[in-house]
Design a protein around this ligand. Structure first.
Ligand code: GLU
Length: 601
């Protein structure tokens, strides 16, 4: 209660935190991020209002030179400072990624992984950097199953905490985060900023503290049982065994020391030696099979993006081991057959068309999608216009069912996505994760970070194309994407978390921007829908341009099951993106469904 009152006082008086890194440049476009008079104190932009409700406005930013859009003001600020100090988008992306791991430790961090789609302004090429986690060599399709072939539960002190694939040692895959960022800096980073400058904001926040947000508290509450039962993670993120309150200041000095060690020692500091041994010990103590060899052998993969066009705009996105880019393209290819520009947003027709396209994509996902190092995936077919036309031909004016197996509905809200554009026109779209909130709930003692539970993204069905195998990457939905104008110049960098809602969400935002000419923030704010092989249209019933009661009734008359998810739901992801106007104006957009904040200069 005392903290609550202190927070309200602080909010009313204009909250400030001492010593959290450098002051934001006064040229940054967010008013809330401007420096205070005392150089040791600065105002913190808060994603919630005086009633502790998430703010619906002030998420966007406009600039001419550079922009960062992340799911935390702290992270956007870290990236913007690197850009303003002369660093490029790739330097800034590493600073943003490491900062997110400090201030959103439930969504991503050193013990996780992800994917990045990058646009190189010099070569005009788009590449995908795959730093997805990899199954330990000893993993196999039976690893979590009992004799009857059923998934075992992970137990601690007699308490069942979840499936073996989602918590505890056997949920942990070999992390790729540090290898990914090191690859990025080594191959694309500039000499304009030092490694220390890139790591410093994250180190400062871990040492000096950052504020617990409403989203943080939601995650603490929803993952409380695991946090309370799993020892070290509770020491780090519970307050004497209880969730922290919104507005409390959290520090993690162990994580600051770990980040400094990586700043000094690079990839080897993480994947070999004492730190690696501490990870292996922590994971094996909870029944896992991660080894020093798995860590030492971790490999980043550079991949060609999947690509296609939507109304002559070129979309580049992720190939497997994410399903996201392929299905994003498949959905847009199907929708291209309809006159979407003259169809009202979130009308019954609009939702019906998206719903059918989503169901088709999920049918194909279940059938074909897996790590291409282990399975044949018909990528060319799934992303072709002819295939989309044949699928479009199956759509009627009634809710349809499409061939699918393995329908899944992941309800977790973890993961984070950010975008960066620099003064030279380099662009990054990056989505990173530790999978479920606080991942496997195994924190590495003395090092301050949490291991992922990415093994849960494999199918538990040993017959599935996406079954677990040593060395394989689990199937993802992440889809950080780059879009070019019809003339080939850069238009957009965008991504979202949200498990299987990711590519449906990104498809909606891109369609709204292209067909209706919506501004990026408008397209992000606009109410979202979702459907998959379970044939149930989930929708936001309130917020911006939400479907009317009449539209919902029409959908039901077409045979759709519908579920009202409320307004501004974490369920529908958290989009961050930056668009580039034809006159070069940068528009950063960030999602009010989470803690997103764009900054630009
Ligand atoms: N593990 C999920 C995936 O790769 C993370 C995405 C999310 O939960 O938002 O698809």
């Amino acid at each position: 209660m005392k903290k609550y009152i202190a927070l309200l006082m602080a909010l009313v008086m204009g909250l400030s935190v001492a010593g959290c890194g450098q002051s934001a440049s006064s040229s940054a476009s967010s008013e809330a991020a401007s420096s205070s008079a005392d150089s040791n104190e600065e105002e913190v932009w808060l994603p919630y209002d005086e009633n502790l409700q998430k703010k619906k406005d002030d998420r966007d930013a406009t600039g001419k030179t550079g922009a960062v859009a992340a799911c935390s003001w702290y992270a956007s600020k870290a990236g913007l400072e690197i850009l303003q100090e002369g660093g490029n988008a790739f330097d800034a992306a590493a600073a943003v990624a490491y900062t997110l791991g400090v201030v959103e430790p439930y969504f991503s961090g050193l013990g996780g992984g992800g994917f990045m789609t990058i646009y190189n302004a010099e070569t005009k090429e788009v590449e995908v950097i795959d730093f997805r986690e990899i199954a330990p060599a000893a993993a196999n399709a039976q690893i979590w199953l009992d004799e009857a072939g059923e998934m075992k539960q992970f137990e601690k002190d007699g308490q069942k905490l979840g499936t073996m694939s989602s918590i505890g040692g056997l949920s942990v895959a070999t992390p790729g985060e540090v290898a990914g960022m090191e690859y990025l800096l080594e191959n694309y980073g500039s000499d304009a900023v030092t490694r220390q400058q890139i790591f410093q904001p994250a180190i400062d926040l871990a040492n000096n503290g950052y504020l617990v947000t409403a989203t943080f508290k939601e995650e603490l509450e929803s993952e409380y049982a695991g946090l309370a039962a799993m020892g070290e993670v509770g020491n780090l993120y519970l307050n004497d065994g209880m969730p922290y309150e919104v507005g409390d200041t959290l520090t993690n000095p162990d994580l600051a020391t770990t980040l400094q060690a990586i700043a000094d020692g690079g990839r080897d500091a993480f994947y070999t030696g004492d730190m690696a041994q501490a990870m292996v010990d922590a994971v094996q103590a909870e029944g896992g099979v991660l080894t020093m060899e798995d860590l030492a052998n971790y490999e980043v993969k550079v991949r060609e993006p999947v690509s296609s066009t939507y109304r002559d705009y070129t979309i580049y996105s992720l190939p497997p081991a994410s399903s996201g880019g392929t299905h994003l393209i498949e959905i847009l290819n199907i929708l291209e057959n309809f006159d979407m520009a003259n169809t009202e947003v979130n009308s019954a027709d609009y939702i019906h068309r998206f719903s059918e396209a989503f169901k088709i994509a999920f049918a194909d996902r279940a059938q074909y999608m897996a790590d291409t190092d282990f399975a044949e995936v018909p990528l060319a077919q799934l992303t072709s216009k002819d295939y989309a036309a044949s699928r479009y031909a199956q759509i009627t004016d009634q809710s349809g069912t499409y061939t699918a197996v393995d329908a899944e509905e992941l309800e977790h809200y973890a993961t984070t996505s950010f975008s960066v554009v620099d003064q030279w026109g380099n662009m990054v779209a990056c989505t990173q994760t530790i999978n479920y909130g606080f991942g496997s709930k195994i924190a590495v003692p003395g090092y301050g970070f949490i291991m992922n539970d990415e093994m849960d993204d494999f199918s538990a069905n040993p017959e599935s194309v996406n079954c677990a195998e040593g060395g394989k990457r689990p199937l993802s939905s992440m889809s950080p994407s780059i879009v070019l104008y019809p003339d080939g110049s850069p238009f957009l960098t965008i991504g979202s978390p949200g498990a299987t809602r990711i590519f449906p969400t990104i498809a909606q935002v891109i369609q709204r921007m292209i067909d209706y000419g919506m501004d990026i923030q408008e397209a992000i704010d606009c109410a979202r829908i979702y459907d998959n092989a379970q044939n149930n249209v989930c929708y936001e019933s309130d917020g911006v341009d939400a479907p009317s009661a009449e539209a919902i009734a029409q959908l039901q008359a077409m045979g759709h099951e519908v579920t009202d998810k409320g307004a501004w739901q974490l369920f529908f992801g958290g989009v961050q993106g930056i668009s580039i106007g034809k006159d070069g104006t940068l528009r950063g957009g960030a999602d009010p469904r989470r803690d997103g904040k764009a900054l630009a200069y």
